[in-house]
Design a protein around this ligand. Structure first.
Ligand code: CP3
Length: 348
C-alpha cells in the first residue's frame, strides 16, 4: 500500500524511460553518485564522524542524497544508505573501516545462527524511512528518488564471509556444503528485503534498484538456484513502482533476466550493448554501462566514447549510467562532464 502522497515531478525522464515511454533525451544518474567523488560529501561526513553515523542521521543522509542533483545535475537522487543495513536489521551489525571496507563481528555458520536472525520490517530501519521522507520533501519534486537494496545472494555473501573478498570463497563454500541452510538464509533475506523495499516506497521512493554486486562469482546453474530465484520473488512482490535489477558480471544470465517481472536491467561494461539487447529483448529498459575508468580520460575521449555508447543503446528504453559505481579518485569535474555530455546529446 502506498501511503506517501505522490507529487507531480518536474523531471520524470527516469520514470518514463523505465516504463518504456519515449523521452526527449536519455536520462542519467550514476551508481555511487552520493559520496565517493564529492568533497562536499566528505565535509558532511566529517561533521558526524563517519560513514555509519551519516547513514543513521536522516537530515544529513538527505543532504548528501541531494548533493549530486545540485552539483552534478543528474536526473535522479539515490538515497544515501548501504546494502548492509539489512543484515544489521536482521541481527548482524556491521562496521565500515576506512580503506578496509565493511566488516561483521558475527557471521553465519550454522542453522542456529540463521534461526536467531529476525525478518526485518521497515520499523527496524526507521532511519532510512526518515531519510527518504526528508529527501522527498526537500527535493520538492525536482527529480525522482531511487530506493535500493542488495540482492539476496550478495547479502548472504557478506553475512557468511563477514567482510569484502575477491573470491567470497567462504560464502561459496557455504552454498556447496550447506545448500539447505543457504536456502533458509536466502528466504529470510528475501522476506526482509521485500518488507524493506515496500517501506522505502511508502516513504517516497519512486523506483527501486536491486544490487547483485557479486553475481559474477556464481556459475550459471548456481546463479539460477541461489540468486535469480529470489530476485524473481522480490520483483513479483514489488508492483508499486518500477524495479531495476543490476547483476554485476551476470552476462550468462541475460536471457533469463529478460524474463524477470521487472522494468529495467542494468548492464556492466563487459556486456556488449547490441548482444545484451538481443538476449534481453525489447520489453525492458537497459541501464548503463560505461566503464567508470573512462572518467580518468581527457574530455575529448570521454565525449567520443559517451556518444558512441548513446548511439549504440539508441534513444529509447535507455537510462544512462556507469557499468558499476564511481571510484573515489575520479575527479568531480570529469563526472559532471560525462553527465553534461549525456544531457546535451540528441539522437540524429
Ligand atoms: O549510489 C549511491 O551513491 C548511494 C549510496 C550507496 C552506498 N553504498 C554508500 C557507501 C549505495 C547504493 C551502496 C551500495 C553498496 N554497498 C553495494 C552495492 C553496489 C556496488 O558497489 O556493488 C555494496 C557491495 C556495498 C557494500 C559496501 N559499503 C562496501 C564494499 C563499502 C566500502 C567500500 C566503498 O567505498 O564503497 C561500503 C561503504 C560505503 N557505502 C561507502 C559509501 C559512500 C564508503 C564510506 C565512505 O566513504 O564514507
Amino acid at each position: 500500500m502506498i501511503t506517501f502522497a505522490r507529487m507531480q515531478l518536474q523531471n520524470d525522464l527516469l520514470l518514463r524511460a523505465a516504463r518504456g515511454e519515449k523521452t526527449e533525451r536519455t536520462p542519467v544518474w550514476l551508481m555511487r553518485q552520493a559520496g565517493r567523488v564529492l568533497p562536499e560529501y566528505r565535509a558532511v561526513r566529517e561533521q558526524v564522524g563517519g560513514f555509519k553515523q551519516l547513514v543513521e542521521t536522516p537530515e544529513l543522509a538527505a543532504e548528501v542524497t541531494i548533493q549530486p542533483v545540485d552539483i552534478l545535475g543528474v536526473d535522479a537522487a539515490i538515497i544515501f544508505s548501504d546494502i548492509l543495513v539489512i543484515p544489521e536489521a536482521m541481527g548482524l551489525s556491521y562496521e565500515v573501516v576506512e580503506a578496509k571496507g565493511p566488516t561483521f563481528e558475527q557471521t553465519i555458520r550454522n542453522g542456529a545462527d540463521i534461526d536467531r536472525l529476525k525478518i526485518a520490517s521497515p520499523e527496524d530501519l526507521q532511519y532510512v524511512m526518515d531519510a527518504l521522507q526528508i529527501t522527498k520533501k526537500n527535493l520538492a519534486g525536482r527529480v525522482p528518488l531511487i530506493g535500493f537494496a542488495g540482492a539476496p545472494w550478495t547479502i548472504l555473501a557478506y553475512m557468511v564471509e563477514g567482510r569484502g573478498s575477491k573470491t567470497f570463497s567462504v560464502s561459496k563454500k557455504f552454498l556447496y556444503t550447506e545448500p539447505a541452510l543457504s536456502h533458509r538464509l536466502l528466504e529470510k533475506i528475501t522476506l526482509s528485503t521485500i518488507n524493506y523495499l515496500k517501506g522505502q516506497i511508502s516513504s517516497g521512493a519512486d523506483i527501486v534498484q536491486l544490487f547483485d554486486s557479486w553475481a559474477g562469482l556464481l556459475s550459471p546453474e548456481q546463479y539460477e538456484e541461489f540468486s535469480l530465484r529470489y530476485i524473481r520473488r522480490i520483483c513479483e512482490a514489488i508492483t508499486e513502482v518500477p524495479v531495476v535489477v543490476f547483476a554485476k558480471g551476470a552476462f550468462f544470465a541475460r536471457e533469463a533476466m529478460g524474463k524477470l517481472p521487472c522494468e529495467v536491467i542494468g548492464l556492466d561494461w563487459n556486456m556488449e550493448i547490441e548482444l545484451s539487447r538481443e538476449l534481453i529483448g525489447n520489453k525492458k529498459t537497459l541501464q548503463g554501462n560505461m566503464d567508470p575508468c573512462l572518467l580518468y580520460a581527457d574530455h575529448e575521449t570521454i565525449r567520443t566514447e559517451t556518444h558512441r555508447m548513446l548511439k549504440r543503446f539508441g534513444p529509447h528504453r535507455h537510462i544512462a549510467n556507469l557499468g558499476h559505481g564511481l571510484y573515489p579518485d575520479i575527479e568531480k569535474e570529469k563526472v559532471k562532464f560525462y553527465v553534461d555530455t549525456i544531457k546535451s546529446y540528441r539522437a540524429v
